[in-house]
Design a protein around this ligand. Structure first.
Ligand SMILES: [Zn+2]
Ligand SMILES: [Zn+2]
Length: 255
């Protein structure tokens, strides 16, 4: 399974990164996880097959995680030559995903429901396994917005990662992340400025240490924070002994 970071920013516009979006590839499965503003152009820039996605997963409905959906589906409909007509796309998201797509289709156009090839829109039930091609995905409710979920994504080889989406601290998340090869976790703000709905270095380090995660990639770091200090070092100093790095556009990890 190969992860490519497409976008790792926050709501704050930055010159060198778009908002949340991650590309996962294994076999014929090509999944985009979250679809924040900038995702479509970044996939094109990185040479990723945005036009042949097989799966799309969403963690929650904040615009920095779903804001590129109109551009992606408009490109599906009008930007693929020759047009894509047969290969299906499965969309999975938290409860409310169906209403989100119906609402977008009602205002912006039927291409959200019918981009010219089969699309199924499904809602994830926390704790239930979704077999997504060559990947198996489970979700876990997290404290951020009412619908927010973290996703655990595993391949047939047993490799697994957890992407936290956006989340506040939650003791049960460490169990959900048990022994993952990669913990792709948000680390929005410093310990002394973070609210209940995001993580900080100490919170992330505690979760990573308790989970036994083999490696941490911190993402969704606010630019004021990232430019002021070495965030990866703060996570290590807060008690996580494994390797830590910050996400950046184009970062690729094979699991
Ligand atoms: Zn959010
Ligand atoms: Zn966010």
């Amino acid at each position: 399974m190969r992860l490519t970071v497409v976008g790792c920013g926050t709501v704050v516009p930055e010159p060198d990164r778009g908002c949340s979006a991650y590309f996962l590839e294994r076999g014929k499965t090509r999944a985009l996880v979250d679809c924040g503003p900038g995702a479509v152009q970044a996939m094109a820039r990185l040479g990723l097959p945005w036009d042949h996605l097989s799966h799309l997963f969403l963690t929650h409905f904040h615009s920095d995680h779903v804001g590129a959906l109109p551009g992606l589906f408009f490109a599906f409909r009008h930007g693929i030559q020759p047009p894509r007509t047969s290969m299906p796309l499965e969309v999975w998201g938290p409860p409310g995903t169906r209403a989100l797509f119906d609402g977008l289709a009602a205002v912006l156009g039927e291409f959200f429901i019918d981009p010219g090839f089969p699309v199924s829109i499904r809602e994830i039930v926390a704790g239930t396994e979704v077999v997504a091609g060559d990947l198996v995905v489970t979700s876990h409710d997290v404290p951020h917005t009412p619908e927010s979920v973290a996703l655990r994504i595993a391949s047939a080889t047993g490799a697994a990662l957890v992407y936290t989406g956006d989340t506040g601290p939650d003791e049960s998340l460490a169990e959900f992340c048990r022994n993952v090869d990669l913990l792709l976790a948000e680390c929005s703000l410093p310990d002394d400025r973070v609210g209940d709905n995001h993580l900080s270095p100490s919170r992330l380090a505690r979760m990573a240490r308790r989970s036994g995660a083999r490696r941490v990639v911190a993402t969704h770091v606010y630019p004021q924070f990232r430019h002021a200090v070495d965030v990866a070092s703060l996570i290590s100093e807060a008690g996580y002994a494994g390797p830590v790095e910050l996400a950046s556009e184009g970062l690729t990890i094979d699991l």
